[in-house]
Design a protein around this ligand. Structure first.
Ligand code: FEO
Length: 196
């Protein structure tokens, strides 16, 4: 049966010591830092994989700029230099997001080499790279949108970037349909007009 505190049974010392113990517990809790939350493991793995894709894109455009310099397409070289710098920023932002969520980025080893048979081949490869990355980020959104809306929103930024990249290379491919891509002069004029 439950004890009732009556005037007779009221024990002020006991109550005081209970209050003291309660205060001690509160003080202990107040100096105990909360361990902040991290992203779910699957999202961490996905973002690390995309980090590898962004570095792959960086090396792709570095090779593209080097190739363009080597064959003397200076305007295209300057364009691909900027593309490479942009990819580094994309990679950086993923790493910042991971560290913001208390995780250490696990930078994957990626393919660093790339060969090109000409400017058309280079643009074809760039289009495929950007298109494939758009598919990956879009698939990631489908996987994530219920479980982690914050990361869904983060990835939305990358989908937007990819849509812009795909549109840009689509424009180049459409422009290439208008010229004789077997003519060196046409390719020179293309480079001058579209990368100038
Ligand atoms: Fe960062 Fe061009 O993908």
């Amino acid at each position: 049966m439950e004890d009732f505190v009556t005037f007779k049974s009221f024990d002020s010392d006991k109550i005081e010591s209970q209050i003291e113990r309660g205060m001690e517990t509160l003080i202990e809790k107040a100096v105990e830092p909360i361990v902040p939350k991290a992203l779910p493991k699957e999202i961490e793995l996905t973002l690390n994989a995309r980090l590898g894709d962004e570095y792959t894109a960086y090396y792709f455009y570095r090779n593209a700029a080097n190739w363009c310099k080597g064959v003397n397409f200076p305007k295209a070289a300057a364009f691909f230099e900027k593309e490479a710098a942009g990819e580094l920023e994309h990679a950086q932002a993923i790493q910042d997001y991971l560290t913001q969520w208390n995780l250490y980025p696990d930078i994957p080893a990626v393919e660093t080499g790339r060969a090109f048979l000409g400017l058309v081949d280079l643009i074809n490869q760039a289009y495929e790279l950007e298109w494939n990355l758009l598919q990956k980020y879009s698939d990631d959104q489908k996987e994530i949108f219920r479980d982690h809306p914050a990361t869904f929103n983060f990835i939305q930024g990358y989908v937007d970037i990819q849509v812009g990249e795909v549109a840009e290379y689509s424009d180049y491919l459409n422009a290439l349909q208008l010229i004789d891509t077997r003519s060196k002069l046409d390719i020179l004029m293309f480079e001058d007009k579209y990368f100038g």
